[in-house]
Design a protein around this ligand. Structure first.
Ligand code: NYM
Ligand code: MG
Length: 204
């Protein structure tokens, strides 16, 4: 049987990275199979390095160009992800195409335009959306260091995330303790049915 394919989405400083690490440990233990974490953007690839410069040092790129780079950065890792799933290993994603779409749409670009480059990517078995208010997130460590970490922008992203999550995600309240959030995530993950074939993303 193929591995489990799980994505975690949320605002900046919603606790995604911590929870992804915990979920990797949980799946390794409960399924007995290797579990891999992929983080998007993957800043280690050549495209990821340009994305990193854009996010951290204000390199100028048009909204369209950076959007396509974020999408290309997913496409450049997808064959590796599929191969692991087919071997029966699990894959956890720290952000995926929903982040890609809502962060760019929050800048005022059209939903369909934002969706197009990601069409055809494999759809996760479940996408968890960790909710935390932009105000609470802004109190967390190192907030404001990267482009996009501004409350007004995060509020626009949050509104889009909430709308999209109704149809595409399981929403998890991420304002509790690390332990409480991890328990809620583990419960959601246990109920997931794993189909043999991966669906192809066809829109939100
Ligand atoms: N981001 C992330 C996008 O704007 N589009 C995307 O496709 C992805 C994957 O990059 N503010 C944004 C969201 C974050 C930033 O991600 C860096 P992270 O998870 O904070 O490293
Ligand atoms: Mg961030």
């Amino acid at each position: 049987m193929r591995g489990r394919f799980i994505a975690i989405e949320g605002l900046d400083r919603s606790g995604k990275s911590t929870q992804c690490d915990r979920l990797v440990a949980h799946l390794t233990e409960t399924t007995g199979n290797k579990t891999h974490l992929f983080k998007f953007p993957d800043r280690s690839t050549p495209m990821g390095q340009i994305i990193n410069q854009y996010l951290t040092s204000g390199v100028a790129l048009s909204d369209q160009a950076i959007h396509l780079l974020f999408s290309a950065n997913r496409w450049e890792r997808i064959e590796d992800i599929k191969a692991l799933l087919e071997k029966g290993e699990n894959v956890v994603l720290d952000r995926y195409y929903i982040s890609g779409i809502v962060y760019t749409q929050a800048k005022g670009l059209e939903r369909q335009w934002c969706t197009n480059p990601d069409l055809g990517l494999p759809v996760p078995d479940i996408t968890l959306f960790l909710t935390v208010s932009p105000e609470v997130a802004s109190q967390r460590g190192a907030y404001g260091e990267e482009r996009y970490e501004k409350i007004a922008f995060q509020k626009r992203v949050a509104a889009l995330f909430h709308e999209v999550a109704q149809r595409n995600c399981i929403t998890v309240d991420a304002s509790g303790t690390e332990e409480e959030v991890a328990n809620a995530i583990n419960q959601c993950v246990e109920t997931v049915q794993i189909g043999e074939a991966l669906d192809k993303f066809s829109g939100l």
